[in-house]
Design a protein around this ligand. Structure first.
Ligand SMILES: [Zn+2]
Length: 294
């Protein structure tokens, strides 16, 4: 089954780097060549509008233009400081506008503020109100990172999950996935912990809050599933209604990254009977279509 990539970044050719490492974003054509190799049909373009994680910003209009031209889907992205930089600004004004243009969600939100900061809470409130899911990156601290900030154990995410039960939160990043297992204050949260999983806060939160979803993109998602394959298949099967195949491809060089094998590894799991056909189909494509085709 050809998959849908729930999390990807792409730009037209540009010489300004993606990050300080000098790599540039994959263009839509480069991306589709990569997709061809890994059995992916299409993806969801997530524009980066906040200054924390890129050398330049990508407009929502550009994401829409690329999606229309290259048969892809797109999310809009709204930084909670847009408009008035106030916690009572009517962000629905932007969200309704981009929803009408075809945006299927909001993200990847990388604003480096705490989850319970009034500006972030205002964004959650308006996403819930307009019925758009929000895909986010978690950072371990203010400064030096991109992503919404939470502490060890993700207490501020939990407050938000409880407060906005009708908002679909799609989690991602190292400090999110590190919590698939119990971790301690001395462990690095922005890393790729290895070894057997002792079910941690991500498992607890997914059990408790049906509005918490997650994408399996990048090294963090891949590592969370395959660091302990026995636990990984339990996790995939148990939460198969709320997990999304995704890559977070940024640059053409990512074709050599271990996480790029996720598509193939999922194929193997279903072929070997380790996950059910139904879980495989939902994670590979059907869950994404529920969001993208409504
Ligand atoms: Zn991303």
């Amino acid at each position: 089954m050809k998959k849908i990539d729930m999390h990807v970044h792409t730009r037209m050719p540009s010489t300004i780097g993606r990050l300080a490492n000098g790599q540039t974003y994959a263009t839509p054509l480069e991306l589709h060549e990569m997709y061809e190799k890994i059995g992916v049909e299409t993806g969801v373009i997530l524009p980066r509008v906040s200054p924390e994680c890129a050398l330049d910003v990508q407009s929502n209009e550009n994401a829409k233009e690329l999606a229309d031209k290259y048969n892809m889907y797109w999310f809009c992205n709204i930084d909670p400081r847009f408009g008035g930089n106030t916690s009572d600004y009517n962000l629905s004004y932007f969200l309704e506008y981009y929803k009408a243009l075809g945006a299927k969600g909001v993200g990847e939100v990388v604003t480096n503020l705490y989850f319970d900061h009034p500006l972030m809470q205002n964004l959650f409130y308006h996403c819930e109100k307009t019925g758009l899911p929000l895909l986010f990156h978690i950072a371990p601290q203010i400064g030096g990172y991109y992503g919404i900030v939470d502490d060890l154990g993700l207490p501020r995410l939990e407050i938000s999950l409880a407060k906005y039960p009708n908002l679909t939160f799609i989690g991602h990043s190292q400090p999110f996935w590190a919590e698939i297992s119990k971790i301690s204050s001395t462990d690095s949260r922005n890393a790729y912990p290895t070894g057997k999983v002792t079910p941690g806060r991500v498992v607890e939160l997914m059990q408790k809050y049906p509005n918490l979803h997650a994408d399996l993109s990048a090294g963090s998602g891949y590592n969370a599933i395959f660091r302990d394959p026995e636990f990984g298949v339990w996790f995939l099967e148990t939460f198969s209604d709320r997990l999304y195949y995704a890559t977070d491809i940024c640059a053409p060089e990512n074709i050599h990254a271990p996480f790029i094998t996720l598509s193939h590894r999922l194929d193997e799991l279903v072929e070997q009977g380790k996950i059910s056909d139904s879980a495989y189909r939902k994670i590979s494509k059907e869950n994404a279509l529920k969001i993208l085709e409504n």
